[in-house]
Design a protein around this ligand. Structure first.
Ligand SMILES: CC(C)(COP(=O)(O)OP(=O)(O)OC[C@H]1O[C@@H](n2cnc3c(N)ncnc32)[C@H](O)[C@@H]1OP(=O)(O)O)[C@@H](O)C(=O)NCCC(=O)NCCS
Length: 181
């Protein structure tokens, strides 16, 4: 779907452009970034990035944003809502940020901004995320945003030939501080 530009103090969420393709590829061709991403291939090619931008982000049930630094204007990562279900008013949350930008609060702000969009503009009731059990940084980020741990999905996905457990986190509209835009 078409997404608006959402300004925060440190990051801007905006539509992904074809000029972002090279940075998407270079950031995702990092084993440490890729290891906890369930649906992203490794190695990651320009063809993969083109498919993502032109075929995945354009779906009606997807809202994909590029995460840009306010300070530098540099594209740092992607945050998205997928499986947007207008009947049940819920969606799945996913995100990644290039490794050199980690642990500076960019992910936290990006999550808070997209939640404002999800609960405000889209009128969703529930946003959920599935996180690999070893992905402590991602779980920390979700907890900081107010998400609750709802359970463990045993052997939920196949990653590099092995079934791995996923932790399910959920947040309901009204449970978090309001970030309506
Ligand atoms: C998850 C991710 C987006 C976080 O982005 P970020 O910009 O570094 O996030 P923030 O700086 O806002 O917050 C990260 C928090 O995790 C904490 N953290 C980082 N590494 C950690 C670890 N190994 N164990 C526990 N906590 C950790 C940080 O201390 C910080 O918490 P704090 O603010 O309480 O100190 C980033 O690590 C990433 O892209 N990872 C790879 C892709 C990925 O895993 N995506 C999510 C799939 S579910």
């Amino acid at each position: 779907m078409n997404v608006p530009l959402i300004r925060g103090n440190r990051v801007v969420l905006r539509k992904i452009a074809s000029s972002d393709l090279d940075l998407i590829v270079s950031n995702l061709n990092d084993r440490i970034v890729n290891r906890f991403l369930s649906t992203i291939p490794f190695p990651y090619s320009l063809k993969d990035a083109r498919y993502f931008v032109s075929r995945v982000c354009t779906r009606k049930d997807h809202a994909c944003f590029g995460i840009e630094s306010v300070e530098t204007g540099i594209f740092m990562g992607v945050i998205s809502l997928s499986r947007i279900n207008v009947t049940h008013r819920k969606a799945a949350l996913g995100y990644w940020i290039g490794r050199k930008y980690w642990n500076r609060g960019f992910g936290t702000e990006a999550v808070k901004l997209i939640l404002g969009f999800a609960f405000g503009k889209l009128g969703l009731k529930r946003v959920y995320a599935k996180v690999m059990t070893k992905n402590s940084a991602s779980m920390r980020l979700l907890v900081k945003a107010g998400f609750k741990h709802e359970g463990t999905l045993r052997k939920d996905i196949l990653k590099k030939g092995r079934f791995v457990d996923m932790e399910l986190y959920g947040l309901l509209n009204g449970e978090h501080r309001v970030f309506h835009l």
